[in-house]
Design a protein around this ligand. Structure first.
Ligand code: BGP
Length: 472
């Protein structure tokens, strides 16, 4: 007999977005440019110098002006939480000023007002792939130690401003993605191919120290603040049971897990020190850095879209499509239209792996299916019959329920792109994740009107029943 699915009382159901993918208004309210304004093709092409008309993120889905309408729709689905990011360049337009931009702070006050009105708990990411452009151009992003201080000023400004209105904060979105997308993730302008591994790991060290320092600052400002790290959660399976493949998996896991090991344990693990030694990487680490790193996170959050396989055999080491890191395709799994392999059980696996490893509360802050949707008319109402999305989310949530039954301590679950938004990797709008369809196309045309998809009512029912309506 198996245990029935049961989600804890107070489970934080909701959805997630990032400023650069929904807000638009890229140059309004005193906002400075961010690296996203130079990435009209996402990570599919090298960045350009500045904003270009083909960059969908400049207007995105205009959340900047429509936030009240959108939050009302989230409330209609019964959201308990809404994860969004603050655009760093709205608060510090260049990133290195000393005083924050009042208009930027006031915008997020208004967002928080709307959330409070509907009883929705905010979950805020401080840095979601939107480093101020000036910091990339002048300092080469996180390569420079100066960014620690700039980030600290920014975090302090928002922690102080929104005190008493927020509990959950995340520092860097998918911090482990910097290994694969240094510009997107770390504002590092030097092209990846020219980047010396020692410089890259120094940048990572700066981010880890910055994250730990702002964790301390947050707790000083408001002891009620809970600070989480955020990583790409991607289980890595051996392609075969050959011991060489198992060791290859262990090494690939270490490359990823190092980030949260430092966040949770407050020091570099032995395997990371060995990696640095073996690769001739000598980091500049001060005594103060070592002290700062001891400010560990309160919880671990992660995105989950897919698992990958790994092999030690160079002939089989093909890189498939996937969420920034990608990996060797698994012959047992089907894939989305964008080649991301679909593996609901992988979510249970990673929840157990993370819980067993850290014994810290977990939070799934991204999960979902990017798909091409077709707007149709049913009984005179425009909608999308997205049964494929319902199936995807249902199957993943059933595995979440299994993990909870396994004993995993899970705070909540926010689907990615609860309203359609611009894709981070491809910069398309046609790669849609939402329960809410936004009328905007890849060529920039469209009314920006919102329509509820079939999945809208489905998710509302899942939340209303606290998961009891899922079909196992
Ligand atoms: C994650 C990012 C998000 C998001 C999501 C889906 O890597 O944190 O910003 O966009 O993946 O990816 P994509 O937009 O490329 O489909």
């Amino acid at each position: 007999m198996t245990t029935a699915l049961s989600f804890p009382d107070g489970f934080l159901w909701g959805g997630a977005t990032a400023a650069n993918q929904v807000e638009g208004a890229y140059n309004q309210g005193g906002k400075g440019l961010s690296i996203q304004d130079t990435m009209p093709k996402g990570i599919m092409a090298p960045p350009v110098d500045g904003p270009t008309p083909d960059n969908l993120k400049l207007e995105a889905v205009d959340f900047y002006h429509r936030y009240a309408e959108d939050i009302a729709l989230f409330a209609e689905m019964g959201f308990k939480t809404y994860r969004f990011s603050i655009a760093w360049s709205r608060i510090f337009p260049n990133g290195d000023e000393t005083e924050p931009n009042e208009e930027g702070l006031a915008f997020y006050d208004r967002v928080l007002d709307e959330l409070e009105k509907h009883g929705i708990e905010p979950l805020i990411t401080l840095s979601h792939y939107e480093t101020p452009l000036h910091l990339a151009q002048k300092y080469d992003g996180w390569i420079s130690r100066d960014l620690i201080g700039f980030f600290e000023n920014y975090a302090r400004a928002v922690f102080e401003r929104y005190k008493g209105r927020v509990t959950y904060w995340l520092t860097f979105n998918e911090i482990n993605s910097v290994l694969h997308a240094p510009y997107l993730s770390g504002g590092i302008k030097t092209p990846k191919e020219q980047l010396d591994p020692a410089a890259l790991y120094q940048a990572i060290h700066h981010e880890l120290v910055a994250s730990a320092r702002v964790t301390r600052i947050a707790h000083e400002i408001d002891p009620g603040y809970l600070i989480g790290c955020m990583v790409i959660g991607m289980p890595i399976y051996p392609l075969t049971p050959a011991p060489d493949d198992i060791v290859a998996v262990m090494n690939a896991d270490h490359a990823n897990l190092m980030f949260s090991d430092v966040h949770v344990r407050g020091a570099y693990p032995g395997y990371a020190q060995r990696f640095f030694r073996d690769n001739g990487i000598t980091l500049s680490i001060t005594e103060q850095d070592l002290e700062d790193l001891k400010n560990t996170v309160d919880f671990v959050s992660f995105s989950y879209y897919m698992s990958v396989a790994e092999t030690a055999d160079p002939a089989l080491k093909i890189k498939g499509e996937g969420n920034i890191m990608g990996g060797v395709p698994n012959p047992h799994l089907a894939a989305s239209e964008w080649g991301w392999q679909i593996d609901p059980q992988g979510l249970r696996v990673i929840l157990n792996q993370f819980w067993d490893r850290w014994q810290k509360p977990l939070f799934i802050v991204e999960n979902g299916l990017g798909a091409k949707d077709v707007l149709v008319e049913v009984d005179g109402v425009k909608t999308v019959e997205d049964d494929y999305r319902i199936d995807y989310l249902n199957d993943h949530l059933v595995q979440v329920g299994e993990a909870i039954a396994d004993g995993v301590d899970l705070l909540g679950y926010t689907t990615w792109g609860c309203i359609d938004l611009v894709s981070a990797s491809t910069a398309q709008l046609s790669k849609r994740y939402g329960f809410i369809y936004v009328d905007r196309n890849d060529d920039g045309t469209g009314t920006l009107d919102r329509f509820k998809k079939k999945s809208f009512d489905w998710y509302a029912e899942v939340i209303r029943t606290n998961g009891a309506s899922l079909s196992a």
